[in-house]
Design a protein around this ligand. Structure first.
Ligand code: G3P
Ligand code: CA
Length: 240
């Protein structure tokens, strides 16, 4: 089972930073999850929101700033504001980190609110330049982005994120031609997991921070869990 440290070990460290990703790996996660946007000068960067203000001491949209401008902002978390590894990372930095490990990296393309022209091709080209295809899962709430990714390179693992029910989702995923579905925990049942497993559709579920649900999902044989507490999930996996 894949223990995806969601935005890194984000319960403990500033989300989507090199510190939280490295700590995710240290806690024993065998997966990482990150969110990707594109800057004004077409660089791929790792941050959850379109607007930097919630996580950094600054204001504005990623798409309106250059990488150099974005790098100047300190993270909002007071305990880490002077830590240079808590500035906004590039996707390339994260790929360099992942390359040294066996972890699976889920790259979420954040294209549901703003569509960054060509982001799918940019991500795929960068991953392929690093020779990391086999360690990557591409996902998005914007299924059109996943369709584009599959057209560019059908060898990538892809996951369809969803936060509202999709009728007959396993059938939908099969017809779409994806490898995985990434549902919100609230939309998951044992029956869904069983049906997906029978149809070779992997189920990776977000965001699971409760030990009760972690145990239930492991027992139901899910493929992966996204959690802000990768240490806790690791403990639970190792209980058996
Ligand atoms: O990829 C799973 C999860 O990260 C999706 O939701 O809002 O945390 O990006 P969000
Ligand atoms: Ca995400």
């Amino acid at each position: 089972m894949i223990n995806f440290a969601h935005r890194g070990a984000s319960n403990y460290y500033p989300e989507n930073t090199m510190v939280s990703l490295k700590e995710g790996i240290k806690t024993g996660a065998n997966g990482l999850e990150i969110d990707v946007h594109k800057t004004k000068d077409n660089k791929l960067v790792v941050i959850h929101d379109e607007d930097i203000q919630r996580t950094f001491k600054g204001k504005g949209l990623v798409k309106d700033m250059t990488l150099e401008e974005l790098r100047r902002f300190k993270c909002r978390n007071k305990n880490f504001e002077n830590n240079i590894e808590c500035r906004i990372p590039t996707l390339e930095e994260v790929l360099d980190l992942v390359k040294e490990t066996n972890v699976i990296l889920n790259i979420e393309l954040k294209t549901d609110k703003i569509h960054y022209e060509g982001i799918e091709r940019d991500v795929i080209e960068l991953v392929n330049r690093h020779g990391l295809k086999k360690q990557i899962v591409l996902s998005s709430f914007n299924h059109e982005s996943i369709r584009i990714c599959r057209e560019i390179d059908g060898e990538f693992e892809t996951g369809l994120l969803y936060s509202k029910p999709i009728e007959n989702v396993v059938q939908y995923a099969k017809e779409f031609g994806t490898n995985a579905i990434h549902p919100d925990l609230r939309l998951v049942s044992e029956e869904l997991i069983e049906e997906a497993n029978k149809n070779n559709i992997k189920v990776n579920i977000y965001t699971v921070n409760s030990p009760i649900y972690m145990r239930k999902l492991i027992a139901a044989d899910v493929n992966g869990i996204f959690t802000d507490y990768p240490d806790l999930l690791n403990e639970i996996i190792n209980e058996k």
